[in-house]
Design a binder for this molecule. Structure first.
Ligand SMILES: Nc1nc(=O)c2c([nH]1)NC[C@@H]1CN(c3ccc(C(=O)N[C@@H](CCC(=O)O)C(=O)O)cc3)C=[N+]21
Length: 283
């Protein structure tokens, strides 16, 4: 059996179209959605990502502002910029690209963003709201993964076992909460887990978010499982690959997301969706 592919590019296009329709309707009523993206330092990968985000905004009719600062920016200067954007009525979403240079305290910077403008869903108020099941901005990558599951008809996960490999605040933890909300029985694995394969083989839905190229092999996957690959790893030859050994696992899984062209494009689509939703939240 060869797994069916979940095409993140096509699904992201669908969602970006829906966002564009909502953005146009909001603009017609005088509420054009606006997103501010802040990049500190000159990490080349981050520069590519933020440019892609700004380009996607333009295509969806979302006003965007890209602010780039040298790595020497002080925390007080950054906090002052965030305060100004918090008070700017033309800006509905604020994203501070991570990672930040080491002298900046990322958590303190994120907490300075007004929760109703935190379209990344990283603010402790949004993380807490997700934990207790209140409407909030969902972090874009887990949100995109849930949209992919819905797309293949896995809306109700009662009776299914979901296994998340990775426990970060931006992917692993919120992913587990969203899967739990959908009814799944959820296991969170991480670098301290003994016999990882024992756990991953139980998964009807397996989410890999570890950052280790091709570490999920075919022997770690239950036949027919849905495998969502969140990893974006750059190999020495410059090519991108996921945390899943795609060629091997596709022979075992029922559904699989590719890298590139899987979860990544959905992350950007969900950022745009959160930005139009932010307009409603602020009005
Ligand atoms: N505050 C903040 N929010 C983020 O959402 C955030 C961040 N910081 N820092 C970095 C990570 C990474 N990230 C990606 C989003 C899309 C792709 C994506 O679309 N990737 C393409 C390939 C792109 C390429 O060719 O390099 C794909 O998977 O097909 C990748 C990575 C968002 N991040």
């Amino acid at each position: 059996m060869t797994a069916q592919l979940i095409d993140g590019v096509a699904l992201a296009r669908h969602w970006r179209q829906r966002v564009a329709e909502r953005a146009a309707a909001l603009a017609a009523r005088g509420h054009r959605p606006g997103l501010a993206v802040i990049l500190v330092g000159d990490d080349p990968a981050s520069q590519v990502y933020v440019r892609n985000k700004v380009k996607a905004c333009g295509e969806a009719g979302i006003h965007s502002v890209l602010e780039t600062y040298p790595a020497s920016l002080t925390e007080d200067e950054l906090l002052a910029r965030i305060a100004a954007l918090n008070a700017d009525p033309a800006i509905h979403g604020i994203l501070v690209q991570l990672p930040l240079p080491a002298h900046l305290n990322a958590q303190r910077v994120i907490e300075a963003i007004a929760p109703e403008k935190d379209v990344d869903g990283f603010h402790v108020a949004n993380a807490g709201a997700l934990l207790v099941g209140q409407p909030a901005f969902r972090p874009c990558t887990p949100y995109g993964c849930m949209k992919m599951l819905e797309h293949i008809g896995r809306t109700d996960l009662r009776g299914q076992h979901a296994v998340v490999v990775g426990r970060s605040n931006i992917v692993g933890k919120p992913m587990a909460l969203l899967l739990l909300q959908a009814g799944a029985t959820v296991t969170i694995c991480h670098s301290g887990t003994a016999d990882l394969a024992h756990h991953t083989r139980q998964a009807d839905v397996l989410v890999a978010a570890v950052g280790k190229p091709r570490m999920i092999g075919a022997d770690m996957v239950k036949p027919g499982a849905v495998v969502l690959d969140v990893g974006i790893n750059r190999l020495p030859d410059g090519k991108l690959c996921g945390d899943v050994d795609f060629d091997a696992v596709r022979e075992v899984a029922g559904w699989i997301t590719p890298v590139p062209g899987g979860v990544g494009p959905m992350t950007i689509a969900m950022l745009l969706l959160n930005t139009v939703e932010a307009v409603d939240r602020q009005n």
